[in-house]
Design a protein around this ligand. Structure first.
Ligand code: ATP
Ligand code: MG
Length: 425
C-alpha cells in the first residue's frame, strides 16, 4: 500500500509557547508553507495537535500537478529534494520529516515499518516513539520495545540508543500514526508576517542584508529601501540591491523594494555642511526619508545594519543623533555583533557572495576622510537649517521607484520545481 512517504510532518518550537495567540501563529505558518511549496505536489497543509502536516499527492493520484507523485523514490530524486529545500527556508519551523502514515494499530505499524525498511542498509538503529494521543493503548516505551524487537528480528541489526545509524521515529496522533527515518532541521524563528511590517535600509554591503534577514526571522515582513546616486554614480548598487532582495524573497515570498535617488541631496549637503558632519547628515536624511516612506506604508519601524563602533559613523553618540531624525523606532539587530559574526551569518544566508561584489555605494560619494565620531545635535541642526529639509525629503519620497519580487512564481502550478524567483516590473 505504502510505497513512499506521502506526508511531511512539521514541528514548530517557539510558537508552541505563545499562549492564547497560538492559533494565529500556526495559521500564519501553515499559510507560509502553502506559499513556499507553490508548484509542488502538495495537496494541503493540515493542523494537528502540536504539529502541521503537509499532505502530498498519493503516488497513484492522477490529479497531482506536474506529474509528481508524493515523495515516491525519495532516494531516486523526485519531489522530496525540492520540498525539503523549500521547507528548510520557511521561518518558524523547528524541524520536519518525510513521514509514512498508517492507522493507529501496532501490528499495522510494524508491518509497514518493515516494508519501508526493505532495501535500506544500516548497522544499528533505535526506535523513538511519542504518544501524543493518550487513548492509544500502548505507551511510548511499549511501542519502542515491540517495534524495536520486530526490526531486530527482521534485520538482525543491533540496537544503539546512543548514536544509531538509523532512527525510526514514531508519532501516535488521534486517528493516525506517522513514522519516519529522516529528520531535517528548520530555520526556527517566528513565521514571517506574524510580527508586523518593517522597512529595512539596504545598502548592498555585508551588514544590512543580514539585519533584514534577522528581522524577517523574528516574524517581520520586510520592505527594502535602497538609496542610490544615479546619475552621479553608476547603477551598479541598484542591481546589487535587487539581487539581494531577490535572494531574501525566498524567505518571505513577496518583497517590495524602494529605490530612492540620493545624489542630489548629497550634493546639497556637500555645498552647505562642514566635511566631518556629512556622513551623519546623510544618515539623518535616510532616517527621515525612510520613516516617511515607512509610515505611509504602515510599517512600524526602520531597520539598519549598524553595529556599535564598527566605523566612525556608528559610535553611540552618532547612533543617538541619527535616530533622532526618524519618527519611527530604529531597530539595529546587529548592534552587538562583530564583523566576523556578521560575515559568518551572511555566508550562511547566501548574501555574502552578492555583498562583496564591487559597486559604488552612495556613501562613497562626497565622503569626507575623517567623519566626526561625536556629531553634536546643535551642529547638525544648524547645518540642516541652511537646507530645505522638508522639500528634500518630499522630493526623495515622491521619486521613490517601487519594484516587487515574488518567490516562488505567484500563480499555483505556474512554477516548475526548482524554479527561481520571479521578478515583476
Ligand atoms: P552595510 O554593510 O550594511 O553597508 P556598513 O557597515 O557599511 O553597513 P554604513 O555604510 O555606515 O555601514 O551604513 C550603515 C547602515 O545605513 C547600513 O547598514 C544600512 O542599513 C544603511 N545604509 C547605508 N547606505 C545605504 C544605502 N545606500 N541605502 C540604504 N541604506 C543604506
Ligand atoms: Mg556600507
Amino acid at each position: 500500500v505504502m510505497g513512499s512517504p506521502t506526508s511531511v510532518v512539521v514541528h514548530y518550537h517557539e510558537i508552541a509557547l505563545k499562549g492564547r495567540n497560538r492559533p494565529f501563529f500556526i495559521r500564519r505558518l501553515a499559510r507560509n508553507i502553502e506559499r513556499a511549496t507553490l508548484g509542488l505536489p502538495v495537496r494541503q497543509v493540515r493542523t494537528l495537535p502540536g504539529r502541521l502536516v503537509v499532505e502530498l499527492d498519493e503516488p497513484s493520484d492522477p490529479d497531482g500537478p506536474n506529474g509528481l507523485n508524493g515523495l515516491k523514490g525519495v532516494e531516486g530524486g523526485s519531489a522530496w529534494p525540492e520540498v525539503r529545500e523549500r521547507l528548510a527556508r520557511v521561518v518558524g519551523i523547528a524541524n520536519f520529516f518525510p513521514a509514512y502514515r498508517v492507522a493507529p494499530d501496532i501490528d499495522l505499524l510494524t508491518r509497514e515499518v518493515l516494508a519501508a525498511l526493505q532495501g535500506m542498509t544500516f548497522d544499528s538503529f533505535r526506535v523513538s516513539a511519542r504518544r501524543v494521543d493518550k487513548r492509544f493503548p500502548l505507551n511510548s516505551m511499549e511501542i519502542e520495545r515491540i517495534l524495536g524487537q520486530a526490526i531486530k528480528d527482521y534485520s538482525h541489526r543491533r540496537v544503539d540508543l546512543g548514536s544509531p545509524q538509523l532512527t525510526v521515529g514514531v508519532e501516535v496522533l488521534p486517528r493516525r500514526i506517522f513514522f519516519h527515518f529522516e529528520k531535517v532541521e528548520g530555520l526556527r524563528g517566528m513565521p514571517v508576517g506574524s510580527a508586523g511590517k518593517v522597512v529595512s535600509l539596504l545598502s548592498g554591503g555585508i551588514d544590512s542584508p543580514v539585519a533584514a534577514w534577522r528581522m524577517l526571522r523574528r516574524g517581520c515582513r520586510v520592505a527594502f529601501l535602497h538609496f542610490h546616486s544615479v546619475p552621479f554614480l553608476s547603477p551598479a548598487s541598484q542591481e546589487k540591491a535587487k539581487q539581494i532582495v531577490e535572494l531574501l524573497t525566498r524567505y518571505q515570498y513577496d518583497s517590495p523594494l524602494y529605490l530612492v535617488p540620493f545624489g542630489e541631496l548629497q550634493r546639497q549637503v556637500l555645498l552647505t555642511a562642514a566635511a566631518p558632519l556629512r556622513v551623519v547628515l546623510y544618515r539623518r536624511f535616510m532616517m527621515r526619508i525612510g520613516s516617511a516612506l515607512a509610515a505611509s506604508r504602515r510599517a512600524k519601524a526602520l531597520v539598519t545594519g549598524e553595529s556599535l563602533g564598527q566605523v566612525a559613523s556608528q559610535t553611540l553618540d552618532n547612533l543617538a543623533v541619527i535616530e533622532k531624525a526618524s519618527c519611527l523606532p530604529v531597530l539595529r539587530p546587529l548592534v552587538g555583533m562583530d564583523k566576523d559574526e556578521i560575515t559568518a551569518q551572511a555566508k550562511a544566508i547566501g548574501t555574502y557572495e552578492l555583498s562583496i561584489q564591487p559597486d559604488q555605494d552612495c556613501c562613497q560619494l562626497f565622503i569626507p576622510p575623517h567623519p566626526a565620531t561625536r556629531a553634536r545635535l546643535e551642529e547638525l541642526e544648524e547645518a540642516e537649517s541652511r537646507l530645505d529639509v522638508n522639500a528634500l525629503v518630499e522630493q526623495a519620497v515622491s521619486s521613490a521607484e517601487e519594484r516587487r519580487f515574488f518567490y516562488p512564481a505567484a500563480k499555483a502550478g505556474a512554477c516548475a520545481p526548482g524554479g527561481g524567483a520571479r521578478v515583476e516590473r
